[in-house]
Design a protein around this ligand. Sequence first.
Ligand code: ADP
Ligand code: GLC
Length: 476
Amino acid sequence: MRILFVVSEAYPLIKTGGLADVAGALPAALAECGEDIRILLPAYPEALERASERQRPISVGDPLGTGETWLVPARMPDSGVPIWLVKNAVFDRPGGPYVDDHGVAWRDNHLRFGLFCRVAALVTIAGGFLGWRPDVVHCNDWQAGMLPAYLRRWSGPITPSLFTIHNLQYQGNFDPWVLTSLALSPNLYNVAGVEFYGRVSFMKAGIQFSRKVTAVSPTYAREIQTPELGMGFHGLLGARATDLHGILNGVDYRVWDPAADRLIAAPYSPERLAGKAKCKAALQQELGLAQNPAAPLVGMVTRMNGEKGLDLLIDALPRIMDQGVQLAVLGSGDAYYEHVFTAAAASKSGRMAARIGFDEGLAHRLQAGCDMLLMPSRFEPCGLTQLYALKYGTVPVVRHTGGLADTVIDAGDPDRGTGIVFGPADPEALIEAVRRGVTLFENKTEWRKVQRRGMSEDFSWIRSARSYSALYRDIV
Ligand code: ADP
Ligand code: GLC
């Protein structure tokens, strides 16, 4: 089956979070299952530069008045999956895919991702001149949400779409007047269309007009039908419950495997854990932490914003540090959190380190060098870092929410435990969870069991890829 996978970031071309990891790995897994899949991605400068086997651009005209637009055929560097990069002046600028260098959303994001969706729609009807027309489009998050709305404009048969919610918090909501600049009918502006609390919502368009909707874990698929985590969409999602499926993300073990990871100080595996101790020592040295193998080293690799539960950690920090742990944080995002963690680390020299920025290599070294990985998320659609932690023998300490609840089993279960799971979103519960982690760490026999069990879990993509394949067939 021919699938167009429409997504706004894809590792290793461009990455701000887990969406990129999914887009780097899932299409490759689907290709291995025999699907004829192509990725559509905006041609940000670094993405264009990193893509392999770039071919001559194909013009698609000027669909939204932002200047001439091209499709640049290329391939993903590692997997070789074919990709089309959408090249236009709106993507050709320094800064992030969604925000500028100051972290402020690009003012023309409606146009940028409107154009992206419009071009995707053109691919479905202009298959003739491209020599390839998809049977189904797979739209990811709000940036691809308007695609099904564009598809409805054509009078011919409509290519069916699957919409995947990676994070319902980012909704792509804009003023109603944008519909005109997106060349969409103002008639769409109603409750049964793309209107959402007085705005035009790309996320709503995706949910409303796709044949099927998926969320990235079974628990999150249920949670978003509740007022607490539905972010205003619980009614609509509840109404579409029979079309809403939770499919758990997987791990690309070609990228995340301590036995083969060239970014870490020493390789290791469940049978040969000595390398992990070397990784810990190297990380302590790199981050200026005391060279103490006996101190439990707790890490975080995270976008720094409210959903990740960083406020809980800030409140809990003094009492967590009192437990004799070392803390290593890598992240970037809200200036407030960047500042608080930098200041906290400065006052706890040798015991706490904070690195602000996006650093793929350090993310691997942290996963390898830490004893525990903290994820006190207030909500977590799936979460990939806890899955990487499991593989790296770094015991995850997580809140019981979303994909965290689906992937980590509390060590209270003597036969199956792989981590520490806590319930309430409050600092006391987090402190207690870390305390349980430290106690476990001190009991080396039990610790090794939990560690090894986590390392032998298998979250490879193949199972999820099969679920997506089945859904594509259902839809078509
Ligand atoms: P989310 O997509 O919500 O950010 P995930 O756990 O699904 O959360 O995925 C996060 C991904 O981004 C992981 O690959 C993680 O290693 C990476 N990541 C997050 N912050 C950073 C950072 N500051 N530097 C490097 N990698 C990071
Ligand atoms: C989002 C979610 C995260 C998920 C990722 C990939 O960024 O916040 O939980 O793992 O998408 O689906």
